[in-house]
Design a protein around this ligand. Structure first.
Ligand SMILES: Cc1cc2nc3c(=O)[nH]c(=O)nc-3n(C[C@H](O)[C@H](O)[C@H](O)COP(=O)(O)OP(=O)(O)OC[C@H]3O[C@@H](n4cnc5c(N)ncnc54)[C@H](O)[C@@H]3O)c2cc1C
Length: 401
């Protein structure tokens, strides 16, 4: 009997989702090409991400992560608000149990990239279009004219995906009115020690905004301080103007002033000590499908959740785990894609909806923070969870998001 030829799979995007999907497809025996438009920018994204420790274990066991990947494990989240009666003082609202592993995005990406050295990874390759071919295959177009044919095309090309319109025509990510500013720098540059960060990440809330602080490994044996501040911008932020990770002096000045006005001084100082402040417009999206014909969505190209859920990288890795399982369970690509769609579309949408509820409750219509205490904060987060759970909000009594 002639062996079935290997599936030819193109992956658009070589970031976390792209590398993980390429690894999954390669392991399932496919011949894989990754097209990534950037040449070197990816390893420079040194920002922090949170991951559930149990998921890290499961991903390491299934070979998607190096079990030795450095992370900074913490057991709780401390909620703080500036004391309204004294600008220098702060009030702790809640020591929330929240065991998470704090990681460096760049280390995660490098680990995944190193796992696909046998895959044809084409850096500096921008895909300009995708096409369906009559026999159910797909073609990707580079530049204006060069086309290459594949059995499947995976859109792992981020929130402004070129592949998504082929799967769910007419959908576009919805912009959110508030944005996220971020900064990261070596722990040695931290103005004064912050002992809480050894075993916790800290959320400092203020009306219609919050700043989250935590430590992450720097990849060289040291640590970086990482912060992320959500607030409404002084002028609307257009995605066309600000690519993720863009910077803008007007906004940098604004966020420093906002921090000085809204945070207890020692937290504002951590923001003021930042050399480069990145601005990140926020979008979200639910979707009705993850696959159509030869096209497949993964990572942020699928359902897109606000960063409050701290789940985009994990969701991308779970997409890849599921894709590998789907391809391994059947010799029919159609059946494999149907399985993948059934599993990953609802999982992605659940995170998007949770991100919306967190945004609604913590940023858009927040409580009067200084009136809150541990009991009311617990009830408040249960209201946000709305019967689901999420790893940042540990509660084993209800179903997992
Ligand atoms: C501030 C912030 C904080 C976050 N915190 C967390 C967290 O705590 N925990 C967590 O799990 N996740 C977090 N995330 C999310 C996480 O970083 C992403 O979800 C994750 O990187 C997966 O992204 P992706 O690979 O799907 O897309 P991206 O990383 O956006 O990658 C898409 C890739 O596609 C390439 N591309 C796009 N178009 C084309 C084209 N036409 N041709 C070729 N290449 C193309 C791009 O260059 C890019 O490299 C955070 C994200 C941000 C911004």
């Amino acid at each position: 009997m002639t062996p079935r030829p290997a599936l030819r799979i193109a992956v658009l995007g070589g970031s976390v989702a792209g590398c993980a999907m390429a690894l999954a497809a390669h392991r399932a025996g496919a011949s894989v090409v990754v097209a990534e438009r950037s040449t070197h920018r990816l390893q420079e994204r040194g920002y922090g991400i949170a991951m559930p420790p149990t998921t890290i274990g499961a991903l390491a066991e299934s070979g998607f992560l190096d079990p030795a990947m450095p992370n900074h494990p913490v057991t709780q989240r401390i909620w703080i608000v500036r004391n309204p009666r004294s600008t220098g003082a702060e009030q702790v609202l809640w020591h929330q149990p929240s065991p998470v592993a704090l990681c460096n995005w760049a280390i995660l990406w490098q680990t995944l990239r190193a796992a696909i050295t046998e895959v044809d990874y084409r850096a500096g390759t921008r895909v300009t279009d995708i096409e369906t071919i009559d026999d159910g295959c797909a073609a990707i177009v580079y530049g204006n004219s060069v086309t290459e044919q594949f059995d499947l095309v995976i859109g792992a090309d981020g929130y402004r995906s070129t592949v998504r319109p082929a799967v769910v025509p007419g959908t576009a990510p919805q912009p959110v009115d508030y944005v996220l500013w971020r900064g990261t720098y070596p722990e040695s540059a931290v103005p004064q020690p912050v002992p809480e960060l050894e075993n916790a990440y800290v959320t400092v809330v203020f009306p219609h905004g919050q700043a989250v602080f935590y430590l992450i490994p720097d990849g060289r044996g040291g640590r970086n301080l990482n912060w992320a501040l959500y607030a409404y911008p002084p002028t609307p932020v257009s995605a066309a103007r600000f690519e993720p990770d863009g910077t803008d002096p007007e906004h940098t000045g604004f966020v420093e002033r906002l921090a000085a006005e809204s945070l207890p001084p020692r937290w504002a100082e951590l923001i003021a000590a930042t050399r480069t402040v990145a601005i990140h417009p926020i979008f979200d999206l639910t979707t009705t499908q993850y696959t159509r014909g030869p096209f497949v969505l993964a990572g942020d190209a699928g359902a897109l959740a606000r960063p409050h859920t701290a789940s985009g990288a994990v969701k991308a890795l779970d997409d890849a785990r599921c894709f590998q399982e789907a391809l391994g369970a059947t010799s029919s690509p159609t059946a494999a894609l149907a399985f993948y769609d059934r599993q990953r579309c609802p999982a992605g949408n659940r995170l998007t909806l949770l991100g919306r509820r967190i945004g609604r409750d913590q940023i858009e219509t927040p409580p009067h923070w200084s009136d809150m205490n541990a009991a009311t904060m617990h009830a408040f987060t249960q209201h946000t969870l709305d019967g689901t759970t999420h790893y940042l909000y540990t509660d084993t009594s209800v179903s997992e998001v």
